[in-house]
Design a protein around this ligand. Structure first.
Ligand SMILES: [Zn+2]
Length: 327
């Protein structure tokens, strides 16, 4: 079973989620709306169009079998109070869980801020609603994964055997509240508690001169059996330098999990050859599939394509029967 473990959703109606006006007006958001052909910028028409585009993208991304669509929790203060002013993106767990219940190719990626007063209860609720992993973005959600407050949460994740997909490295699509939380080394307490951790983006920097956490990721992936890294957004020209490191290191190669970071646009890397890269860029309009095809051409092995499903303990589908040719 081939899954994409890192796909974003957007919701903008009460109970489902919200987008701040600052984010709505941002260049990145406008560019994505334009490229994805979504004309409405807010409310129900926007949410309906964004959902339709997400579902048709997953359906058209063969040989992908399913995608983990990620909820996105709000920002909370250290005392557990909701920080509405700093919350620019929110996608509720129920919205994504309902989507997964309605659509066989959607898997539920939950998101629970660990400083929430009801964090453990909400995590439990998500597990019962079928969550396959838990997503965090500490630099945006503003918490330190090494904080003692997270320890009970790690115990619960380990108990439920629910993998933690945690953003590492830089990121500019959403306003950052604390860039110091980008360091994969902050995930050590989770690793020590036995949580399966997937470091999103393998600690890559998002722009030149920013801090590069790939060396930290590589060191930790070699030391900790339960640390993995996803390949989300590595087809951005600013992050594709990662391929030169992670594909050459035999140990790290066995720790890579497929993810696209859709709707981030993938630009096929020159490492597959200029001509194939150019062809994919112009001919493959489905960004989730373009990301996947680029990685196929980069030579990611069979184990890579099935690792996500294994980590998320998903059943492999029955072998597809190819009809015999007629005549
Ligand atoms: Zn992402």
């Amino acid at each position: 079973m081939i899954i994409d473990c890192h796909v974003h959703a957007c919701a903008d109606t009460p109970g489902h989620g919200l987008l701040s006006s600052r984010l709505r007006r941002s260049l990145t958001a406008r560019f994505m709306r334009w490229r994805l052909g979504i004309s409405a910028s807010a409310g129900e028409p926007f949410e309906r169009a964004a959902e339709a585009r997400l579902l048709e993208t997953i359906d058209g991304a063969r040989p992908l079998d399913a995608a983990v669509v990620l909820a996105f929790d709000a920002v909370y203060e250290p005392e557990g109070r909701l920080d509405a002013d700093n919350t620019h993106l929110y996608v509720s767990n129920d919205y994504v869980a309902d989507l997964a219940a309605r659509h066989p190719r959607v898997l539920f990626g939950a998101s629970v801020h660990p400083y929430r007063k009801d964090a453990l209860l909400e995590l439990d609720r998500c597990v019962h609603r079928g969550a396959v992993l838990l997503k965090w973005l500490p630099i945006v959600q503003n918490f330190n994964p090494a904080d003692d407050r997270c320890l009970p949460f790690y115990e619960a994740l380990a108990h439920h055997r629910l993998p933690l997909l945690c953003h590492t490295g830089g990121e500019r699509a959403l306003p950052n509240l604390n860039r110091a939380y980008a360091d994969p080394a902050l995930l050590l307490p989770a690793l020590r508690k036995g949580v399966t951790v997937i470091a999103a983006h393998c600690g890559t920097r998002d722009r030149l001169l920013a801090t590069d956490f790939i060396p930290t990721f590589v060191r930790l992936a070699r030391q900790h059996e339960n640390l993995y890294g996803d390949t989300a957004a590595l087809n951005l020209p600013t992050r594709s330098y990662a391929y030169d490191v992670i594909l050459r290191d035999e140990v790290v190669r066995r720790k890579l999990v497929h993810g696209s970071d859709w709707p981030i646009i993938p630009i096929p890397t020159r490492r597959i050859g200029w001509r194939p890269a150019w062809r994919l860029l112009w001919r493959e309009k489905n960004w989730m599939r373009r990301d996947l095809l680029t990685k196929q051409q980069l030579g990611f092995d069979d184990a890579y394509w099935h690792r996500g499903a294994a980590l998320l303990r998903l059943p492999r589908p029955a072998v597809e029967v190819v009809p015999a040719p007629r005549g």
